[in-house]
Design a protein. Structure first.
Length: 209
């Protein structure tokens, strides 16, 4: 997931990563009761590493299979606000993998699910009147900075040059837009269909029309 900079990113937190990981599951269940079994599986069976080697694995990531048939999540915990958002993002990835029974999904769909988990977590903190809700919300606003406008030249070139290198970060602005629309306009059934791979992204987008 892309990193942001700025004052909000440097806010220290007292939460432990295991507590935040559990709160991510609670946040999902508040929005999607259908995710109960999948969330329990993520919590109880997925392997998590909150202290990876910072030189080898400085950024958070989730693998489909950590060797035991379940997702593996690596998410460095430094005790700062960004870590909370990273955990929510990776929980969304792990949930999508479990819910879809590890079926392959397009990158934009995967990132939409991850960002939806961030949105659910932010709503959970708001409802809990958590003191970190506002600074975390400020950090989310920073994440909205990367837009297609910044990549417009490369994207236009890609339309005519089929050999242009694919850049994964192109997925984030579109995924965040779809996630925000989904959170605002779709019910829990449609959201669960997205995580479980029962609805394609074009069909999901058509629901906004």
């Amino acid at each position: 997931m892309p990193a942001s900079s700025g004052p909000a990113n440097n806010v220290a937190v007292e939460n432990e990563p295991e507590q935040v990981w559990g709160d991510c599951a609670a946040a999902i269940l508040m929005r999607m009761p259908q995710a109960r079994n999948a969330s329990i599986r993520v919590i109880s069976r997925c392997t998590t590493n909150f202290s990876p080697d910072p030189n080898k694995y400085p950024r958070a990531f989730t693998l489909h299979d950590g060797g035991n048939g379940e997702p593996y999540v690596s998410c460095p915990w430094t005790g700062h606000l960004r870590d909370m958002l990273n955990l929510a993002h990776e929980f969304g990835h792990a949930l999508q993998i479990v819910a879809s029974e590890q079926r392959e999904m397009p990158p934009v769909t995967r990132e939409t699910c991850a960002i939806l988990a961030e949105i659910c977590y932010l709503s959970f903190l708001r409802d809990q009147a958590h003191p970190l809700h506002e600074p975390l919300h400020a950090l989310v606003r920073l994440d909205m900075g990367p837009t297609f406008a910044r990549s417009s030249n490369a994207l236009l070139s890609a339309l005519s040059d089929t050999h242009l290198k694919y850049e994964y970060h192109w997925n984030y602005p579109l995924a965040r837009s779809i996630a925000l629309l989904s959170a605002a306009h779709l019910d829990d059934v449609a959201l669960w269909e997205l995580y479980s791979g029962e609805i394609t992204l074009p069909k999901l987008i058509s629901k906004f029309e």
